[in-house]
Each structure stands twice: as C-alpha cells, then as structure tokens.
Design a protein around this ligand. Structure first.
Ligand SMILES: Cc1cc2nc3c(=O)[nH]c(=O)nc-3n(C[C@H](O)[C@H](O)[C@H](O)COP(=O)(O)O)c2cc1C
Length: 133
C-alpha cells in the first residue's frame, strides 16, 4: 500500500510525493503598468508557492485565460506578457525548491463585473441581454 510520501508518476510528470496543494485564490497580484497587463503575479506569490514546493504537486490559484474572464480584483491572468513574466518568477522559485506546479485555468463567465473588465464592458454571459429585454 503506497503512502502519501511515496512518489507518483502522473503521465510525463514525476511527482516526489502524493501531496497536492489545491488551487486557492489568494488575491495577491500586483497591478500591471499598462491596462492591458492585467493583474500580474509577483515576488510575494513566488515566495508563497516556493514555500509550498514540498508538496508533490502544486495547482496554482485560478488564473484568467483572457481579460474578459476576470472575476475578482487582484487575481492573476496568463494572457499578457507581463503576467507570463510574473509566472516565470513563480515557477522558477517552485523549481528551485524541487517542486512541480500546474496552473488552474479559468474564465469566470457571467460571474465577472463591469468594474473589473476592460472598458467597463459587461460580463461575457450578460452581453446583449439589454437588447433582448
Ligand atoms: C466552493 C468554493 C470553491 C472554490 N474553488 C476555487 C477554485 O476552483 N480555484 C481557486 O483558486 N479558488 C477557489 N476557491 C477559493 C479558495 O478556496 C479560497 O482561496 C480559500 O478557500 C481561502 O482559504 P483561506 O482564506 O482559509 O486561506 C473556492 C472557494 C469556495 C468556497
């Protein structure tokens, strides 16, 4: 019977143990310099994930795949260059501690709010609703 501390082969990825950090929204990003940068992963997040690299697998907090998918202030995306640079800080720190990380990708759909979206546009699932009322 394997224990939590035994390694595990997950497809092409070799995990050093069977402990998994689940995706947990932390709302710790920085604001990008440009509006198109979105919310950007930073050193604080790199430290946070690096500290947890003893887990066999980290699944990072939910991460926007597109500006229209942003649902909460200070949550990261992975659609701009600035965000990708920020994530490289995180992955470098996780790898430095011998860890492995996946990213949880999301698009919040209708749960977004115009105050969080580019040009204060309506959430994706609500667009055109007024036209039909
Ligand atoms: C029902 C439910 C589902 C959640 N699902 C996710 C998720 O899929 N991804 C994510 O990054 N955060 C998700 N969260 C938010 C995290 O769980 C949240 O960061 C965590 O519960 C906060 O824990 P803490 O404040 O005790 O540290 C979810 C929260 C709830 C209540």
């Amino acid at each position: 019977m394997p224990s939590l501390f035994d390694s595990y082969v997950l497809g092409p990825v070799h995990l050093k143990n069977r402990i998994v950090l689940p995706p947990m929204t932390r709302t710790r990003t920085s604001e990008g310099d440009l509006p198109t940068d979105g919310d950007v992963p930073n050193e604080l997040m790199a430290t946070y994930y690096g500290q947890r690299a003893g887990a066999g697998l980290i699944i990072t907090e939910a991460t926007d795949v597109d500006p229209s998918g942003h649902g909460y202030a200070r949550t990261p995306g992975i659609h701009s260059e600035a965000q990708m640079r920020g994530w490289r800080l995180v992955t470098a720190e996780v790898h430095r501690h011998g860890g492995t990380a996946f990213t949880q990708l999301w698009h919040v759909g209708r749960l977004a709010h115009s105050s969080l979206l580019p040009n204060r546009q309506a959430p994706m699932g609500d667009r055109g609703r007024d036209a039909h009322c």
